[in-house]
Design a protein around this ligand. Structure first.
Ligand SMILES: Cc1ncc(COP(=O)(O)O)c(C=O)c1O
Length: 399
């Protein structure tokens, strides 16, 4: 029985707990499993290699792991689909997706910028044999060809927080599967599959883990794509470690509380930054947004989230000077942890992208991205304020 999200976040990974005699999902660290019955083991191996979710014998840790399966069961339930397939990182998940598309006989991706720099580079590099057409969100239909196997969007987008209308992209894609990278939104704020998307992916390294101590990726989808993704995972080995799966299950229990607390901090910081004389522009869903962006926000998200970005009246060096002046907020890439992190995307997370593309899609050299945590918001604001004040001198402005 499906319950409300807050309940599912706590209980979805505990399916079978009472019958199994456990309370928290057991951590199974075995890399191999005894095979006393060779024909049963062979049948299990055949089933797993064909993409089945489980078999009577797991055979080998790269083929199946019970702790990882508990996390996958939870993610499928939370996203409202039958299956989920977990990987050792978000990039491993995206790589598997591109290879799964090749298994489905297609090689062309239509994608909307901006996306995370690593995803942009992987898609553009053609390393995995795919071609990509980068288009605006309203030009997806025109870019689709016979060979298009996936439409990929990231919303809210990293690092500009721009929103893409999922329903519009789904309508334009027709029969072509749409995958939404919903890392910034989490299942708490956005449910892409209810809007018609075929798959939803997360860098679970971020909010789902939530404490900066596990790298993971997950794709939630129907049975057909899940089978392909498992086939690829077995062949390429980008598995999630069972200890990581355990930490993700633990993270899910508090996901809603963390997201709501961090979101209210982010909202307040975005408003105060927007009113600060040194700040030229704040990027936060719904804030000073076009009517179109406002419409998308209210149509597909239940809140603006926990990540914001801002630009100073100044260049990249002056933006770096603000980071250097911070005493509480940590200068670091990644996001979604309980503590607040800041970084300059053009210098780090998106450095690998072509500067012309960054410029065109609003990833300015002086843009700073803040992943807001759950600390006391007044401490976060004091830290930002004193760092902005310090930078005021070099900026030649009165703070
Ligand atoms: C939106 C988004 N998708 C995918 C990834 C890649 O995930 P990972 O770092 O877990 O490989 C990231 C990483 O920052 C991201 O922000």
């Amino acid at each position: 029985m499906s319950k409300r999200l807050a309940t599912d976040l706590v209980h979805a990974a505990r399916a079978g707990a009472v019958a199994g005699g456990w309370h928290v999902p057991p951590i199974d660290l075995s890399t191999t499993y005894p095979t006393p019955d060779p024909s049963a083991a062979s049948a299990s191996l055949d089933a797993l290699v064909a993409g089945d979710a489980s078999a009577s014998n797991p055979v080998y840790g790269r083929l199946h792991n019970g702790t990882v399966a508990h996390f996958e069961t939870a993610m499928a339930k939370l996203e409202g689909c039958t299956d989920a397939v977990a990987f050792g990182s978000g990039m491993a998940a995206l790589s598997a997706l591109l290879l799964a598309m090749r298994l489905a006989g297609k090689d062309h991706v239509v994608a909307v910028r901006p996306v995370y720099g690593g995803s942009d580079h992987l898609l553009s590099s053609a390393l995995l044999g795919n071609r990509v057409s980068w288009v605006n969100a309203d030009a997806v239909a025109a870019a689709i060809t016979e060979q298009t196997g996936l439409v990929l969007i990231e919303t809210p987008a990293n690092p500009t927080l721009k929103l893409v209308d999922i329903e519009s992209v789904v309508a334009q894609a027709g029969k072509v599967p749409v995958v939404v990278d919903s890392t910034f939104a989490t299942p708490v704020l956005q449910q892409p599959l209810t809007l018609g998307a075929t798959m939803v992916m997360h860098s679970a390294t971020k909010f789902i883990g939530g404490h900066g101590d596990v790298l993971a990726g997950v794709i939630s989808c129907g049975a057909e794509w899940a089978a392909r993704l498992r086939q690829v995972r077995i062949l390429t080995g980008g598995v999630l470690h069972p200890l990581g799966a355990y930490l993700l299950i633990r993270g899910l229990s508090t996901l809603r509380l963390r997201v709501l607390a961090a979101q209210s901090n982010a909202q307040l910081l975005a408003e105060r930054l927007a009113a600060h004389p040194l700040v030229a522009r704040v990027h936060y869903p719904g804030m000073n947004a076009s009517p179109e962006q406002q419409r998308i926000l209210s149509q597909q998200m239940s809140g603006s989230g926990c990540v914001l970005a801002f630009q100073l009246h100044g260049d990249a060096n002056q933006a770096e000077a603000v980071i250097a002046g911070l005493q509480l907020i940590t200068p670091a890439v990644s996001l979604g942890s309980v503590d607040t992190l800041i970084q300059r995307p053009a210098g780090l997370t998106h450095r690998i992208c072509d500067p012309k593309d960054l410029d065109q899609h609003g990833v300015a050299a002086n843009l700073l991205r803040v992943s807001v945590g759950i600390e006391d918001v007044e401490d976060l604001w004091s830290d930002l304020l004193q760092a902005l004040d310090r930078a005021a001198g070099p900026l030649g402005l009165a703070a």
